[in-house]
Design a protein around this ligand. Structure first.
Ligand SMILES: *Cc1c(COP(=O)(O)O)cnc(C)c1O
Length: 427
């Protein structure tokens, strides 16, 4: 097939690849931003996923139930608000590889991270440190620094930040495992992302978790860039907890409702410390308004407030598309698209004066659909030309371009059009 040959990606191959793509129909279920009356080449689904056309109808259903029933929509609505988070469980559990009770759609990512740290960052004696990757997403850094301070430690001492080896751009799993080993007597928690936001590296959650558990260290993961991108198996991998947002690959709209995973070995333990709220209370007695918190079993026991139904309606609209498409089929298409994109970048680099150095691992099991490219001094010019031609990618200071062909709505034609723009630029 063309995408492994040395030829450049042709129009006829792009058409053939789209024709052969059993998921190609999903593109039409999304609004694609426009540029001079044609579709933008939208490569920023890793930052904000596009809007499914059915989102409006899902939200309108809740507005209508509100109009018709007022407060009684909690029980009489088409999707009773009282139980609303349950309507997200099935697909979320498939996406992260969990039992239904282990996931809950709730809150926002950074809020949830704090809630989970309350339960799972339990420093005792010499074991009070947290291992994380260097240059993690700032919100995660701030959350962890503030948690560490909250417990009376200093971040410089209590946070171990692991960077790639000098001169290298991504982490070697062996280095992560060795670091856990070296600090086994000091670590309380390993907290990493699933996919690093900047270089797109997918960490080996299973091996990292196993290594941590060997020394009775807990392991949690921020899956903001992993969920909906790569199939996950959190239950089998034994991860202790995880959190994510839904507006990136999950297309649930800006500031959309986030979610958590708590492994069942913890989630049914009512004595685990947590910050509680009424929505986490046992559903059968929640509205009795009694004194004394009785957590629901499972991740739902971490909920605080009543469900943000309008956001969750948008979430359901997108999750229903994921259910139809299936994460494994999406991943297969994603792998094929990234091979095409990588070939285009490699060929561009052979011709161009302003090169784009890929800092995302090449190995398929170490990345999702995002490529991060370091552009040299004049990289911003390349980025600006792409933007002028209707490519929506993303620029991270000082010099990183991130591009993510998202299998649920990007097409092979998008990649062909990107190739044409890049190659013209290289000439
Ligand atoms: C996108 C992202 C966030 C954003 O946090 P919010 O609380 O949703 O604003 C945090 N952490 C990571 C790793 C992210 O990728």
């Amino acid at each position: 097939m063309n995408y492994v040959s040395s030829e450049t990606y042709s129009l006829s191959q792009a058409i053939a690849d789209d024709d052969a793509d059993e998921l190609s129909g999903f593109r039409n279920q999304f609004y694609i931003p426009q540029h001079h009356n044609s579709d933008c080449i939208y490569l920023t689904g890793n930052s904000l996923g596009l809007q499914p056309k059915q989102t409006e109808a899902y939200i309108k259903q809740e507005l209508s139930d509100w109009a018709t029933h007022g407060v009684e929509a909690h029980f009489r609505g088409k999707h009773p608000w009282y139980y609303y988070h349950h309507f997200c469980e099935e697909v979320l559990s498939e996406l992260v590889g969990a039992r239904k009770q282990e996931v809950a759609a709730m809150g926002s990512l950074t809020n949830n991270l704090h809630l989970l740290l309350v339960s799972f960052y339990r420093p005792v004696g010499r074991k009070y440190k947290i291992l994380m990757e260097a240059n993690a997403f700032p919100s995660d850094q701030y959350a962890i620094e503030s948690q560490v301070r909250f417990h009376g430690y200093h971040p410089d001492d209590a946070i171990i930040e692991l960077a790639p080896r000098p001169g290298e751009r991504f982490w070697r799993t062996e280095d992560i495992l060795r670091c856990i080993d070296e600090h086994r007597d000091e670590l309380a928690l390993v907290l990493m992302s699933g996919v690093n936001y900047l270089n797109g590296q997918f960490f080996n959650i299973s091996e990292i978790t196993a290594q941590a558990h060997q020394y009775k260290i807990l392991a949690g993961f921020d899956l903001a860039h992993a969920i909906g991108n790569i199939p996950l198996q959190l239950h089998d991998w034994q991860a202790d907890f995880a959190c994510w947002c839904s507006y990136k690959y999950l297309n649930s709209g800006p500031g959309g409702v986030a979610g958590i995973f708590v492994h069942e070995k913890h989630s049914n333990n009512p004595s685990l410390p947590r910050f509680a709220g009424w929505w986490g209370n046992d559903e059968s007695t929640r509205f009795e308004m009694k004194k004394g918190f009785h957590p629901q079993p499972g991740a739902a026991g971490w909920q605080l407030s009543n469900a943000p139904v309008l956001h969750m309606a948008a979430h359901r609209a997108s999750l229903d598309l994921f259910k139809q498409a299936g994460i494994n089929r999406l991943r297969a298409k994603s792998e094929k698209m990234t091979l095409v994109l990588k070939q285009i970048i490699d060929q561009y680099n052979q011709m161009a004066t302003v090169r784009l150095q890929c800092i995302t691992p090449d190995a398929m099991d170490e990345r999702g659909c995002q490529f991060s490219l370091i552009a040299s001094e004049r990289g911003k010019e390349v980025f600006d030309v792409l933007t002028q031609h209707g490519v929506i990618a993303d620029w991270r200071e000082p010099n990183v371009i991130r591009m993510a062909p998202v299998p649920i709505y990007n097409s092979f034609m998008d990649l062909y059009r990107l190739k044409e723009i890049l190659f013209n630029l290289a000439k």
